[in-house]
Design a protein around this ligand. Structure first.
Ligand code: AMP
Length: 411
């Protein structure tokens, strides 16, 4: 299957060639035809599967049908994202994929002045990428109307539920026409997402790709058992053993992330943190420096890091083990992207052993213990195939990622 066979228009095909995309990914093969046909779609796919292009390409194709009005343009495609970083990433993808088309798009997110966004909306845009809070502000200030929206995309649906966006999403959907097309993408299918799709989608086509399991074969995983007090020096040693390489360190809390940054900086290792307490410009700066390689060490909480797609991450360190096992899969999936291999090292103190066991149960493999010496990295080798096959996206035991307000606030 190639992109021509999917029936995409020439300007889009030209861009794809320029991007070096030779063949569509599985989610693109499955999702593009029904989206082109105007159907509602529920897509089970995680970031990293080519999901953004899976919905953006057919929507750009559909937008280019018919006349482009010269004056004020109504929003015709609305893409909602749970985090600002992911919204910016989607907007960049829309701009890239649409570069050969006369389309306007913009992104509106919180944490930055609203004035510039109002100006950008003044002449209208065809595609609007937004986080829900800022979009509602702009709607209430009459800077944007959603009554001509043809397609709504809800990206990372499961995370939207986790962060408690549901009421806002329901309100936003009410502002859009009833006969719109709705696309819902989610990494998992908990019952809340099912309910959302039943309530807001019409006879959706369900497409899914096997989630990026932790056993992404090219990731060499290991665990280092240690006491809590030894973690700061262990992380410094580990990063020191990967000079100049891109490393992401995940901590459970915002305070923990800042503490790791201070420790690393104290050891003359450059590092920046990205989490919910940072200003938007700090978040953008940290991410840009990480992407460009200027600052190759990023310390992140789960909430800030999901969806971030940066190639060439060699090492993921779990400074704390996540409370919810699925987060481990998301975290270590930041490495070994696009065919590369990578390392995932998890620090485990005594009271985290139960979390480690839960993770091992989820990924159906034991994570080998590494010596408490960061330099002793195992070779990247194929992990054993999980017994009983990969866990399906609608796995019965899936839990909400953040189970309490306290956990959400600390991430
Ligand atoms: P996403 O799941 O949307 O975050 O995409 C993950 C990465 O895959 C992005 O860096 C895309 O540029 C890239 N990508 C998407 N579709 C393709 C494709 N068909 N061929 C090669 N790379 C792709």
């Amino acid at each position: 299957m190639n992109f021509q066979e999917l029936g995409l228009k020439k300007p889009i095909l030209k861009t794809l060639t320029k991007q070096g995309y030779e063949v569509p990914t599985p989610i693109q093969i499955k999702a593009i035809p029904p989206i082109l046909a105007g159907r509602d779609v529920v897509g089970l796919a995680q970031t990293g599967t080519g999901k953004t292009a899976a919905f953006t390409l057919p929507l750009l194709h559909r937008l280019s049908d018919g006349d482009q009005p010269g004056g004020h343009r109504p929003v015709r495609v609305l893409i909602l994202s749970p985090t600002r970083e992911l919204a910016a990433q989607i907007d960049a993808a829309v701009q890239t994929y649409g570069m050969n088309m006369p389309l306007r798009s913009t992104v509106v997110v919180g944490g930055v002045p609203i004035k510039r966004q109002k100006n950008a909306l003044m002449n209208g845009v065809d595609v609007l990428v937004a986080t829900p809070g800022r979009l509602e502000d702009l709607v209430s200030q009459r800077a944007v109307k959603l009554d001509r929206v043809e397609t709504v995309v809800l990206d990372e649906g499961d995370q939207m539920l986790d962060i408690g966006f549901m009421p806002a999403i329901r309100r936003i959907l009410k502002l859009t026409p009833k006969n719109r097309q709705t696309l819902l993408f989610s990494a998992t299918m908990p019952k809340e997402i099912k309910a959302l799709s039943n309530d807001h989608l019409k006879d959706p086509v369900e497409v899914s790709v096997v989630p990026e399991t932790a056993t992404a074969d090219r990731i060499a995983q290991s665990v280092m058992h240690m006491q809590a007090g030894d973690k700061p020096s262990a992380v410094a040693k580990l990063i020191g053993a990967h000079p100049g390489k891109r490393v992401i360190v995940f901590t459970r809390t915002k305070r923990g992330a800042d503490k790791v940054v201070r420790k690393l900086n104290g050891e003359n290792l450059a590092a920046a943190a990205i989490h919910g307490n940072k200003s938007q410009s700090q978040r953008e700066k940290a991410l840009a420096a990480f992407k460009s390689g200027k600052n190759p060490v990023l310390i992140a909480t789960d909430i800030a890091a999901r969806g971030i797609d940066v190639p060439g991450v060699e090492l993921v360190v779990n400074y704390d083990l996540p409370n919810v096992s699925e987060s481990y899969v998301h975290r270590i999936g930041r490495t070994a992207r696009a065919g590369a291999s990578g390392f995932a090292v998890s620090f485990c103190q005594a009271d985290e052993v139960k979390l480690l066991r839960a993770i091992e149960k989820l990924i159906k493999q034991n994570i080998p213990a590494n010596a408490v010496d960061g330099t002793m990295m195992p070779k990247a080798e194929a992990a054993p195939a999980p017994r009983g096959g990969p866990k399906g996206p609608e796995g019965r035991n899936r839990r909400r990622r953040y189970t309490s307000k306290k956990q959400r606030a600390s991430a």
